[in-house]
Design a protein around this ligand. Structure first.
Ligand code: ARG
Length: 400
């Protein structure tokens, strides 16, 4: 018996390859989470007298051993296994014998995959939140380091008002901290226990206890009713990836500013040579590829979000295999957002503003001048505005 649903007939190789798709490669990261959920499930079965103490013991030991050997690189999920759930149960049964076959009582891969995914996503949300906070901290440190350095504030890419490195950096930092709060808020949809919903319609005829696995796994609540569970697949995923898309947008806009500041025409910033790349033909080149790749990553996040939203969008209720396709854009988005945070924090630590190259146009103080006239003379802002505009025109004519 190769797969959990195997009834003894062979499976067409081409069908296996297509239906398993990328699962055997993608599910790698779910191994520890499927094991945690399986141990909680086995504990519940034991508590409900549906699994003997001895079987429960060997199942736990066997699963923990599989976790250890997987981490050590001794085995991996193969195409033949189809997915993480099958891979674990088959190896468990090989290892501990008949007891391994008892673990699947009262569950289905449909609730199993959601349990493993949610546990994984809760951890992933934690580390993405931390990674986002690290970029914010790097920006705040930059704002301290080069804080007094003046910087033109731009609107329409035209010098608008005086700003500073501190103001520029802390603006991005504040938005990133808000993105981190958005990531944390995605826990609301993640923290519901799908276990016990089985294929999507519960477990008739068995006294299972969904509260026990909820407590054991640290979920906030049982996901109820059982028919809601499969309807929810993709929604917590979309919530998290939506927040990551906003995060990536902020990183992309930060990269965009830095790319402009790094041009020879601006030369507002310097990057360590070790952080730039070269050209195969132009010996002088020091290219800011990292920033371009971060800017480009926004597209990947947006596309992943769209994919995740569209896969379940028109499905009728109940589990359908389409849902499996959510994993690929989900993991792609998580990995890229995390890596982009890490590289940006690293790059910002090495970045310096070159104060002498930053020249603020004299006209940039015009709004401040108008405001002062209002305070000093008590005239309306509109009149003060016109007077300053006229004075600036006259100064321009004098120069010509
Ligand atoms: N790999 C599958 C998924 O991610 C696991 C669930 C399979 N269930 C099934 N009934 N074929 O959706």
């Amino acid at each position: 018996m190769k797969r959990l649903w195997d009834k003894g007939e062979p499976l067409d190789e081409q069908i296996l390859r297509y239906t398993a798709g990328e699962d055997h490669r993608l599910d790698h990261r779910l191994v520890p989470y499927d094991i945690r959920a399986s141990i909680a499930h086995a504990g519940m079965l034991n508590q409900q007298r549906l699994l003997s103490d001895e079987d429960y013991e060997v199942i736990c030991t066997g699963l923990l051993e599989l976790e250890r050997s997987h981490e050590a690189g001794d085995w991996d999920i193969s195409l033949e296994d189809e997915d993480v759930h099958t891979a674990l149960e088959i190896r468990l049964t090989e290892q501990i014998g008949a007891a391994g076959k008892r673990i699947h009582l009262g569950r289905s891969r449909n609730d199993q995959v959601l349990a493993a995914l949610r546990l994984y996503l809760l951890d992933a949300a934690d580390s993405l939140e931390d990674a986002t906070q690290s970029v914010a901290s790097a920006l705040e440190a930059l704002g301290e380091r080069d804080g007094d350095t003046a910087l033109p504030g731009y609107t329409h890419m035209q010098q608008a008002m005086p700003s500073s490195v501190h103001l520029w950096a802390t603006g991005f930092a504040a938005e990133l901290r808000d993105d981190a709060a958005g990531i944390a808020a995605s826990r609301r949809r993640l923290s519901k226990n799908p276990l016990g919903s089985a294929a999507g319609y519960g477990v008739p005829g068995l006294p299972i206890d969904r509260d026990t696995t909820t407590r054991e796994l640290g979920f906030d609540a049982v996901h109820e009713p059982v028919t809601a569970v499969q309807l929810s697949r993709g929604k917590a995923e979309a919530t998290l990836v939506f927040e990551l898309t906003l995060l990536m947008q902020d990183l992309g806009r930060l990269a965009s500013d830095l790319l402009m500041y790094y041009t020879q025409e601006f030369a507002f910033i310097a990057l360590p040579d070790t952080m730039t790349t070269g050209s195969s033909i132009m010996p002088q080149k020091r290219n800011p590829d990292v920033l371009e790749l971060v800017r480009g990553a926004t597209a990947t996040l947006q596309a992943a979000l769209l994919e995740i939203l569209q896969i379940p969008a028109k499905l009728g209720s109940g589990y359908q295999r389409d849902l499996q396709r959510i994993k690929s854009p989900l993991f792609r988005a998580i990995d890229l957002a995390g890596d982009s945070c890490d590289i940006m924090a690293h790059l910002i630590d090495g970045l310096e503003f070159i104060e002498e190259n930053i020249v603020l146009d004299a006209s940039i103080y015009a709004a401040g001048r108008a405001n002062r006239i209002v305070l000093e003379e008590g005239i309306s802002f509109r009149d003060a505005y016109r007077r300053v505009a006229a004075e600036l025109d006259a100064e321009d004519d004098d120069e010509d």
